[in-house]
Design a protein around this ligand. Structure first.
Ligand code: GLU
Length: 480
């Protein structure tokens, strides 16, 4: 027998998600048959289309999978990567269903993907390809403000979303809500402040909330707060970069390892996230960066001694082959599905606390929800209230200043009180406040189930239980 056939088999990504789903429904009491209805993916559309590029017709394969329509529109990103396949898109669509339910974003779950290495194409070629893909999806209502609303994911960003929005608008010239057909657009094309940083920001808010609960921190074997914690980040893309940057600059954590596709950088004293990020943008990888130790076998840094491990790249990076060697007592899944179902079991048995993907990276879809609402209401958040709020605050400040004069040396206003109190919140502040509130509330829903139900052994199972209960309730309300 060969070594590979003797090794325990790793399930596919979709099977992994289903296994985790099954672990949760085993401790739940769902009406017969409903469990199957929730688990299965409703439909996956596969399209092959041609685009004339560089003197020939090139054929591309794209997917849009709809996992659950218990709420509409369905929501989820579009990924550009060579490895995109049906199994992956369906797993990601399922995670979207549970993610939206957990953070109470009123959407079903969907996901799309295109098999392409975007780095191999010029900008104008990517535009042609994206517009053609968008056309194929929009004509089947797989892009539509009230039915299916895509967003960025790996390999896509604001630029692609702007092309998609414009393509939809050209095809639906009288749809007054056309802008709400996709989220993650640039600010000048109907986007919202704070969407680019949102997923990384959500990871930061998730960790802050975790560290507000000493009992949960103790369960991981850690103590204290985020200050001084040693963090290893895998993937310094949009999510990993923003999470690492905020955790360093605003919470006093130290990034002791950064893993990229060409290797890793380590420095126990803490890496300069901004400098490393600039290096990656310029050179396409971390190799050659002078102010840290370079590790050729980047994946080995996942196994380094640290306090918090943030996988922020691909699925399946923590698997049966390396799970037993992972030393971090706390893992926060900034990526979707970075821990396989088998690795999850090994890590749970060892007492590692895992803050699960469907919660940890929900910041992106949460702010997408705000963007969609903004597009449908056709007005920027805060536009009506901001100055009125400032005027009311001015009344209080006037009174306090009168008191200040009256009391003389006995009491005075704090130096920056007036400025801070007077300023009404702008859109970015409102978005961050809404995201913070969402992350806190969702964590509390998970931890209540984790601590109050004996059969629920960890945060992931708790997240599934909360999400599945909500999806089940909406199916039941619909009479299914
Ligand atoms: N692609 C992101 C995710 O996996 C964002 C989805 C969205 O904003 O709809 O959650």
């Amino acid at each position: 027998m060969s070594a590979s056939s003797a090794a325990p088999k790793e399930p596919s990504f979709r099977e992994s998600v289903d296994l985790m789903f099954n672990r949760a429904v085993n401790v739940m009491d769902l009406p017969p048959g409903l469990e199957e209805k929730i688990r299965v993916c409703n439909a996956t559309y596969i399209v092959r289309f041609g685009v004339r590029l560089r003197g020939e017709v090139q054929t591309f394969t794209g997917y849009r999978s709809v996992h659950s329509e218990h709420m509409e529109p369905v929501k989820g990103g579009i990924r550009y990567a060579l490895g995109v396949n049906q199994d992956e898109v369906e797993a990601l669509a399922a995670l979207m269903t549970y993610k939206c339910a957990l953070v109470e974003a009123p959407f079903g779950g969907s996901k799309g993907g295109l098999c392409i290495d975007p780095r191999q194409y010029e900008e104008h070629e990517l535009e042609l390809i994206t517009r053609r893909f968008a056309y194929e999806l929009a004509k089947r209502d797989l892009i539509n403000p009230s039915q299916n609303v895509p967003a960025p994911d790996m390999g896509t960003g604001e630029r692609e979303m702007a092309w998609i929005a414009d393509q939809y608008a050209r095809m639906n010239t009288t749809d007054i809500n056309a802008r709400a057909c996709v989220t993650g657009k640039p600010a000048h094309a109907g986007g919202i402040q704070g969407r680019v940083e949102a997923t990384g920001r959500g990871v930061q808010y998730a960790l802050r909330e975790f560290f507000r609960h000493p009992e949960d921190v103790a369960a991981s074997g850690l103590s204290g707060g985020l200050e001084g914690k040693r963090i290893v980040v895998q993937g310094l893309g949009n999510v990993g970069y923003h999470a690492a940057r905020f955790l360093c600059a605003e919470d006093g954590a130290r990034i002791t390892g950064i893993i990229e596709r060409d290797g890793a950088l380590v420095d126990e004293d803490g890496l300069d996230v901004e400098a490393v990020h600039r290096w990656i943008v310029r050179h396409g990888g971390v190799r050659g960066y002078a102010d840290a130790t370079f590790v050729e076998k980047g994946a080995s840094v996942l196994e380094h001694d640290c306090d918090i491990l943030i996988p922020a790249a691909l699925e399946g990076v923590i698997n049966l082959a390396n799970a037993a060697r992972i030393k971090a007592p706390l893992i926060i899944e900034a990526a979707n599905g970075p821990v396989t179902a088998g690795a999850d079991e090994i890590l749970n048995d060892r007492g590692t606390v895992i803050i699960p993907d469907m919660y940890a990276n929900a910041g992106g879809v949460t702010v997408s929800y705000f963007e969609w609402v903004k597009n449908l209401s056709h007005i920027r958040f805060g536009r009506m209230q901001r100055r009125q709020e400032e005027a009311r605050h001015q009344l209080v400040v006037n009174e306090l200043e009168r008191l200040d004069r009256y009391l003389g040396d006995a009491w005075s206003l704090s130096p920056d009180f007036k400025e801070k109190y007077l300023r009404g919140a702008d859109e970015l502040e409102l978005v961050r406040s809404g995201l913070d509130d969402t992350m806190r509330t969702a964590y509390q829903a998970m931890r209540e189930v984790w601590h109050n139900r004996d059969e629920v052994k960890n945060l992931r199972m708790a997240a599934y239980v909360v999400a599945i209960e909500r999806v089940a309730r909406s199916y039941q309300a619909k009479g299914l």
